[in-house]
Design a protein around this ligand. Structure first.
Ligand code: MN
Length: 341
């Protein structure tokens, strides 16, 4: 997906611990409900997504730095998702569907139809471009998430790669199931490549049951509600909201009277400062300016051999980069600013 947000407006409720964390320190348990804001997704036929990360008071959970939730949307007779080719740097994109399908194409030549329960993982590294669209023949409903994982310094300039995982481990528990998307959870490990200690899992809870999910107390965690009427450790969590739990916890309980799904995200606190702008993750204003101008030059020249390559098969031109803000882009840490009182 592509971030086209120009003027972020953010909401939060019931903020818990918001303090400074020194490198290597342990993150305390917290309970913050981060409410989503609606953002139009890239392209001329924009679709609204609900974004919970980055947020004014919290920018990351482990290396997870971007959380967009969309649908369920009835796209019968419509184009559905149409995100033209756009660049990425310094991150991995994690595509996860609950319903429907999305066709991914990238500048490595990958063409992949993504279906529910399958992980498409694109590691941008130094640079890649991709397009995402609902295929011409598509189901009635589109429902899913798009997540970004920041790459640590040692890996952020690595060559780009794309992998699709359709055989993720599923752990069956009395209250429901745990699909391990990335990292290790409940004794099962995903084959997906990670570059910092992190976990991502889909939790499916049976009606009237409670699913207890074991957590690594050295990680910080958050739960994204993918259905209405779910509770996280007993606290009602609206659909599309992200409940940040902090660290030091050994388990989290998801429960509902109805069958519900949720996404668990966690990881070791990411201590590097990042500059996130548009679809680019870097470490300085200058890096972002350089990547932006390279994209713009390669796009204008239709250069398939540049930093970002070119995407074949998408019916439309690549996305133009937005104008840079007047102010210098600043590197920021994992936590945002304290909430306004
Ligand atoms: Mn993208």
């Amino acid at each position: 997906m592509s971030d086209v947000e120009r003027t972020p407006v953010e909401n939060t409720l019931g903020s818990g611990s918001v303090g400074l964390v020194t490198p290597g320190s342990i993150v305390e348990p917290a309970d913050e409900l981060l409410l989503p804001r609606e953002v139009p997704l890239g392209g001329p036929r924009a679709m609204l997504v609900r974004r919970t990360l980055p947020n004014r008071v919290r920018r990351m959970v482990g290396a997870w730095c971007f959380v967009d939730y969309y649908g369920p949307a009835d796209i019968t007779g419509q184009a559905g998702m149409q995100v033209p080719p756009h660049p990425h740097t310094g991150l991995q994109t994690v595509s996860w569907l609950l319903r429907g399908e999305v066709l991914h194409r990238d500048s490595l030549g990958s063409t992949q139809l993504i279906r529910p329960g399958e992980l498409s993982l694109m590691t941008a590294g130094h640079g890649i471009s991709h397009a995402e669209e609902s295929p011409a023949e598509h189901g009635a409903v589109l429902h899913g998430v798009q997540l970004w994982v920041a790459l640590p310094a040692a890996h952020r300039d690595r060559p780009a790669e794309f992998a699709h995982h359709s055989d993720l481990p599923v752990v069956r528990e009395p209250g429901g199931t745990i699909t391990v998307i990335m990292g290790e959870l409940a004794g099962a490990r995903s084959a997906a490549r990670t570059f910092s200690p992190l976990v991502g899992a889909e939790l499916a809870v049976a009606a009237g049951r409670e699913l207890t999910v074991p957590l690594d107390p050295g990680f910080e965690h958050a739960v994204l509600a993918l259905s209405a009427d779910s509770t996280v450790d007993g606290s009602p969590t609206p659909v599309g909201a992200l409940r940040y739990l902090g660290g030091g916890r050994r388990a989290v309980r998801i429960a509902s009277e109805r069958p519900v799904r949720a996404l668990l995200l966690g990881g070791a606190p990411f201590e590097e400062q990042l500059v996130m702008w548009w679809n680019l993750v870097g470490r300085s204003h200058e890096e972002i300016v350089q990547a932006r101008s390279q994209w713009e030059a390669e796009r204008a020249a239709a250069d398939p051999h540049g930093r970002f390559g070119s995407v074949s098969g998408y019916a439309g031109p690549p996305l133009a980069a937005p104008a840079l803000p007047n102010a210098e882009l600043r590197a920021r840490g994992r936590e945002g600013r304290p909430p306004l009182r």
